[in-house]
Design a protein around this ligand. Sequence first.
Ligand SMILES: [Zn+2]
Length: 277
Amino acid sequence: MISVSSEQIMQYVDAHCHLHDHRIIGDVPGIVQRAAAAGVTHMVTCATMEENFGATAALVRQYPAIVPCYGIHPWFLDSLSPGWQQVLGDRVAAEICGIGETGLDFMDKQANRERQLKVFFFHLALAQDLERPINIHIRKAWDPFVRLLKKTGPLKTPGLVHSFSGSADMVKLLIRYNLYISFSGSVTRPGAKKVVKALNAVPGDRILLETDTPDIYPSVPDPDPHGLNEPKNLPAIAQIAAARAGVPVPDFVCRAYANARKIFALLIPAAMHGLQH
Ligand SMILES: [Zn+2]
């Protein structure tokens, strides 16, 4: 009889990454291979503007482990074409996909906040209409985000807030709107007190894990010299996050995996890959 340690059967879904990014797109075959070897069964790759919808779709056609979200990132509103709503709406309606990366980023005081609110609200309404998971970016814009959520009401299909940077109180509020909370390498930073406090406020059935590849390289003992993040680093992030949540690693990983399979059930059908949790 072969005994399998919990280490060997741990599986992961990277709930938010950007495999279309020009810094890494040439290395995607290696990235996919290394992710599989690390137990990462799926990677949710988020387009960020119309210009990279095509590259994202091409990756999805080539690799069954890559599943897509399409959206306009708040940093890239200058890239919008006059017919962007149609472009995005048609794309999402025609494909098995989620919506995002989209959201609000008020870090830069010069940013056009009104425009961000309008563009993000379009994404939220689209997610409600088409009942798709939505991959959300929020920085320094929690109150305006909550005001938009009050307009849309609880999401019909659950969504996620990626690389969560909000407060523990915000966690409780977002959960009521059918949102999951996703943690990136930012939870591994030695000084990540606020993020860790939020992590500890998230119920086990709402936690997700992500890399935000190629950014947010985690604080791990042996970082790669090139400094570009990739989904194979998810187990290292999970290990540190589990320790900071005070949960045994296999339990933590198992929960995050089950949650990701649930929220992305449309994109990752259970029958195709065999649900193991
Ligand atoms: Zn991102």
